[in-house]
Ligand binder design. Sequence first.
Ligand code: AMP
Length: 172
Amino acid sequence: MHNLASLIRAVPDFPTPGIVFRDITPLLADAAEFARCIALLAEPWREARVQAVCAIESRGFIFGAALATTLGAGFVPLRKPGKLPPPVVAVDYELEYARDRLEARNDALRKGERVLVADDVLATGGTLCAARTLVERLGATVVGASVLIELAALPGRARWGNASPLHALLSY
Ligand code: AMP
């Protein structure tokens, strides 16, 4: 794991003072380590019969799409407002100082389809939980969540709860 962690850059006070931004671009640029990272992310879900990976715009797409092909699952993008053509289903959620919205095509998932939710970083958990709500609103079943990085000092994991497993490859 040492190699993976060394390829994630901590950038203090970005994008705002007090935030330590986790920059994943050095990891993405390393062919062997990026491939290893996807294999490690996929490992806990190999027997979970995942049918679709739903990932959050935009860095979640990078890991979610690679995870989907590795697991033999489809890929469904959960997008920021106004990017998808209608009809869409939307979920509004609270960020620390703002509100945001995730949208999916209203026919993106089948009833009972087994979904893994994916993102790059779990911080307060607001985004990941909104993704889960959106997937459930579409009638699918969330089998769990996969993130590359969990910020353990924040309440993301507690907010996700125990209804389904949450796997993080790295914890800071
Ligand atoms: P949250 O909803 O608070 O869990 O925030 C998660 C979302 O914000 C993810 O989609 C991340 O891409 C982004 N994010 C939050 N904190 C960071 C951070 N320290 N470094 C990089 N991305 C972050």
